[in-house]
Design a protein. Structure first.
Length: 645
């Protein structure tokens, strides 16, 4: 049945009985460069737990991510497919389609208990990677997906690991799939004593050493319970970190090996035939992880998978095939209107398709400093053809998007069209003006200024943020993100007239920018323009019907304008969109009580106090509602709770 549902890539045998399937553990280390691990040759850092894991498994010395951004990189790991097949190119505005099989969905269909413990909001369940997981401990408490604050919404590695170990400690059914995601090596690099002291002045390495300790906790737990040797364990990073190379401090903007080269260690069950500690120097891709795990388990590989099994290399055999080493970043295009970057590594060459293409001999020039495109024109042309062959091969055929010279997925085409871009036959993009898009190499200074401004704004340094944004605007005067971020700074400085002007300037560039529309409404409320605010909230809801806070705020504006029935309707709509949003239940109950619909008020306010048990206002209003029902004892209890410290 499973084979019929999922299909097969030919080699795997029929599934073994569930009772004989080994447990699978996947550990992803966010933002860890391979060359900053001791086992990958960095003598300045101690990573003893990763060293030990490598000694009991296979270490791939040349593993690469297809995209240096957390969400699409993890999607590649768990689907075995490239971004043009899944539509997951970015860290926002994406959701994995339910029709795409994941490692978790395949294993759950094979009888596995599945659990994931996630460290950052960029992998929040609403983006779709929760598919197939019985437990997905990764839903973060934020009301809107504002891409300016996703990186701040993270859990420290010891917290994530404690949650994972608690799940294991309860004795989950076996076999199980456990995924643990650690985010500490992501900027601003989180660790704890003694690592901060041991790596003083090297916060990135301190964070990696801290994560090594968390991996050690998991391995120690498995060993103590006899679960380590029989388990199949995969450890990898989703991408690396620029650390200033090519002018890139963090990651996501370029596709050089500083952010593409990642660690990958795979440990098969100790009882598997031919298992030995090995180092494989063959270049491989993270899309190869899923087919390797399924091949090792002898489970069918879904036909959607684009990676290949590495089981031959793990067993010490030459598989006779090569991995496709495709890479991309659409961040420059989707967020700034600059050219995307797409690349292909082949043999010892790395080609990057850009307005000024790049070609590197990575054996002689591993830091990719010497662009040989001008000197090796014929090879550069051949590499570009190879790249576009890959794009055509792995892009799903769907209507016009599958045209021979329009190599990108349909979902991305739709998104780009909504932003005003047109895909040309050459595979490039132009805005409606017809002007060529800027080469990211020429905009790295602007990008770093904006990134620093975002960090300033996230930490309350709004004046510093505005200063950096003003400097960036001298190069990019019509930049949507620059105008939007400046508007947010003004709003948080409580300079609401300036915020309104800046949000309106952003909306002049993109009238469908839902978040800017919503924040414009908030600023208008602060200036007393209730009619303007109501119009903005209404428009925000039209653009994004899931924005329950906009529904609540529109209801509040209607309440102030004495439109009580409209307010009730909108508060109720907010609770329907998000049943766990306590302020909407509280406002709904208070408004119903004001209109003498006491029974309805009681039901709404009971929801409010259940969701927000420390809300004095909700308890007080519920007491008033009980009082109106003649239930004096319950009313006294609620009044007492309202007064409790």
């Amino acid at each position: 049945m499973l084979s019929a549902l999922l299909g097969s890539c030919g080699a795997p045998a029929a599934p073994r009985p569930t009772s004989r399937l080994p447990n699978v553990v996947v550990i992803t280390l966010d933002t860890v460069r391979a060359d900053h691990l001791h086992v990958y040759g960095d003598a300045r850092i101690e990573t003893p737990r990763l060293d030990a894991l490598a000694r009991s498994g296979t270490r791939f010395s040349q593993a690469y991510t297809p995209v240096p951004i957390t969400l699409p990189a993890h999607t590649a790991i768990f689907t075995g497919s490239f971004p043009m097949a899944t539509g997951m190119h970015d860290f926002s505005g994406n959701q994995l389609a339910e029709s795409i099989p994941t490692l978790a969905s395949v294993l759950r269909a094979s009888g596995y208990a599945t659990a994931a413990f996630i460290a950052a909001a960029v992998l929040d369940a609403r983006f779709g990677l929760n598919q197939g997981f019985d437990t997905y401990d990764g839903h973060f408490d934020f009301s809107r997906l504002d891409e300016t604050n996703l990186d701040l919404m993270a859990r420290r590695g010891d917290d994530v690991m404690a949650r994972a170990l608690a799940w294991l400690g309860h004795g989950p059914p076996q076999p199980f799939l456990l995924w643990v995601h650690l985010y500490d090596a992501h900027y601003p690099y989180t660790s704890a004593p003694p690592y901060t002291a041991r790596y003083r002045g090297r916060p990135y390495d301190a964070a990696i050493a801290f994560d090594d300790a968390q991996v050690g906790r998991l391995i120690g737990f498995l060993q103590a319970r006899g679960l380590y040797d029989p388990a199949l364990i995969v450890l990898c990073a989703d991408h690396g970190e620029g650390l200033g190379e090519h002018g890139e401090k963090t990651h996501g903007f370029f596709i050089y090996n500083s952010t593409l080269h990642v660690p990958l260690i795979i440990k098969l069950p100790a009882s598997a035939p031919g298992v030995a500690a090995r180092v494989v120097n063959t270049p491989v891709s993270l899309v190869d992880v899923l087919p390797t795990v399924l091949a090792a388990l002898r489970l069918p590989i879904p036909p959607t998978v684009q990676g290949r099994s590495l089981l031959g290399e793990i067993m010490g055999r030459d598989s006779g095939s090569a991995s496709t080493l495709y890479s991309e970043t659409y961040l420059p295009l989707l967020h700034f209107g600059w050219s995307p970057l797409r690349g292909l590594a082949w043999r010892d060459w790395q080609f990057i398709d850009a307005p000024r293409p790049e070609l590197y001999d990575t054996r002689a020039d591993p830091r990719e400093r010497n662009n040989l495109k001008g000197a090796r024109q014929a090879l550069a042309h051949e590499m570009r053809n190879r790249l576009f062959d890959v794009l055509r091969r792995y892009t799903p055929a769907a209507g016009q998007a599958a045209a021979a010279q329009a190599p990108t997925d349909p979902a991305l085409l739709d998104r780009l069209r909504s932003l005003g871009y047109v895909a040309l036959s050459s595979g490039t993009w132009v805005p409606p003006s017809g002007q060529p898009l800027a080469d990211p190499k020429d905009r790295i200074r602007v990008y770093e200024l904006v990134s620093d401004a975002m960090a300033d704004g996230q930490h309350g340094r709004y004046r510093d943020s505005l200063r950096r944004l003003a400097e960036a605007a001298r190069t990019e005067p019509a930049s949507l993100p620059i105008r939007y971020l400046a508007a947010l700074d003004y709003y948080r400085l409580q300079d609401y007239p300036s915020a309104i002007r800046a949000f309106q300037a952003a909306l002049a560039l993109d009238p469908k920018f839902a978040l800017a529309t919503y924040y414009l409404g908030l600023a208008q409320v602060r200036t007393g323009d209730l009619d303007g605010a109501a119009a903005s909230f209404e428009r925000a809801l039209e653009l994004d019907p899931t924005n329950f806070v906009a529904a609540y705020d529109l209801g509040a504006a209607d309440l102030k304008r004495h439109r009580l029935e409209e307010a009730v309707r909108l508060f109720r709509r907010a609770t329907q969109i998000n049943p766990n949003y306590a302020p909407a239940w509280e406002a709904l109950g208070a408004t119903e009580l004001y209109q003498h619909r006491v029974d309805d008020a009681v039901e709404a306010l009971k929801h409010a106090v259940r969701l927000a048990p420390h809300s004095a206002r909700a308890h007080y209003d519920l007491g008033r509602a009980y009082q109106a029902q003649g239930r004096a004892d319950l009313a006294r209890q609620e009044f007492a709770r309202a007064q409790a410290p």
